[in-house]
Design a protein around this ligand. Sequence first.
Ligand SMILES: [Fe+2]
Length: 470
Amino acid sequence: MGNTLFQDRVSILDFFHKHGMLISPEALNMILERSMGQLIPRLISEETSQAGYIDEKNVMKLIRGQSKVERNTYEVQLPDIKVNSSVEDFRQMFVSRYQKLSKIISLSSTMRGSVDIRSAKRSTVEVKVIGMVSSVDTTKNGHKRITIEDMDDQIQAIMMKGRGLENELILQDEVIGVIGSVSRGPGEPVIFPNEIVRPDIPYKLVEETKREPVYVASLSDIHVGSKTFRKDDFRRMVNWIKRSDEEAEHLKYLILSGDVIDGIGVYPGQEEDLELINPLEQYQKLAEYLDEIPNDIQVFVMPGNHDTVRLAEPQPNFSGKIEEIFPENSVMLPNPYSLKLEGKNILLYHGMSLNDMVELVPGANFTSIGKAIEEVLKRRHLAPKYGGKTPLIPSANDYHVIEEVPDIFITGHIHSHYLGNYKGVRYVNSSTWQSQTDYQKMMNFAPNPSILTMFDLHSKSTILKNFEVR
Ligand SMILES: [Fe+2]
C-alpha cells in the first residue's frame, strides 16, 4: 500500500475528508511539491485528529522527522478508519432500543396489564406483550407472520389474511405492542393479534401565547463548493435576513441541518461537479455568507453525509477547526440532536434513514416524503430498520430513539421540501440550496430548492419564504 496513492490533489483531499479532517491549501501544496504522497497517513496523529486540521507546521514536522528515520525501514499503513464494533456492541444497542421503546409503549393506556412473552405463552386469555420484531414474512397462505422478542423469550404472531391486520406495515427491528389471543397447539404457542400498538406520538396541543413571534428558520443541504450550489438564491436569502423586514426582524434562530458543504470523495468522480475542491475552502465560503447574518441570530450547524465528520451515525460535532471557521454566533451540534429553544423541543436529524424509509413505506416517495417522516414519528425511532443505507455506530445508548415528543421535527437530505403536521408535531423536510444534480436527473427527481421554513415558537404558524431566482 502507499506509493501509488495520494499523488494528486483530489485523492489527498478525499483521504483527509474521509477521516473527518481538513487540510490547508499551503500544506497540500507542500506535500505535492515534495511528492510526499506516500507519507500522508503519517500526518494523522492523535494531535492532528483532535484538531481535525493539517497545516504547514504539521507537514514540516513530518519532513524533519523523516530525515531522522530515513534509515529505518517502515511500512506505510492507512490508519484504521473503520470503527470496530463487536457483537456485544450491537446487542447493547438493541437492548437500549428495546428498553426505551418498550417503556414508552407500556405507558400507553391500551397496553395496561402487559406481561412478558414467557408468561404470555402460558396464558389462556387475551394477552398484551411488547417485543422487538426480529422477523417479518408472509406464509404461503398469505398470512403475515412475525417474530417478536423481549429480554428472555420470543413468540410468533400471525396476522390472518382477510382479518385486517395483514396489511399492517411492520418493520424489522421496530418495537411494538401486540394484543391478541394465544393459541397453544401441539407446537410452540402463537399469538393471533387483534391490535398492534406503536409507541407513537400522543396528540399534542399547541399552546399559543399572544406574544410577538419568535422564528426559528430551517434550511438544509446547502452543498457549498458544488457547481450546482444556488449562490444567487442563497445571497438573496442572506440579504433578506440582513434587511430585517417585519418577519426577518423576529428571526432568532437559524438551523442548518447537514450537508452544509458538498465535500469531496462522497461519490465517484465528484470532483467534476465541484467549484471548490478543498472542503476547507468550502467551509470558508459558507462562513463568508454566515458572517453577514446579524449577530443576535443564533446559527446551529449540524453535519450530514457530505460533511467532514464520521459518516456513521450518530455523527459527532464538527471538529474545533471547523467550528473556528464559523462566526461566533454559531453553535455546532451532533446529528441527530434534540434542541431546546424557548421551552420548545426541536428534534434535528439530517435524514439519511429516509432513503431506507422511502423503500419500506408504501406510497412514500421523495416528493411526498411526509409519509415516511410520519412512520418514523409513529415508531419513535429515527432509523427503525437496522442495516439499510444508514450506517450506524452501535453503542450502549441508542441515540436514534425519539425519547421526548418533539414540538418541531426537522430533517433534510432528500432535497425536496415537505411541510406537515403529525398529531400536533410540526415537521419539515427542509429545502436544499442545490439545483438538480446529474444523479437526480437520472433518478427523475426534481428538487424543490431555496425555501426557508420559519416556525413561530409562540404559535402554530409557519411561514415559507421562497428565494428561488428563476
Ligand atoms: Fe445528505
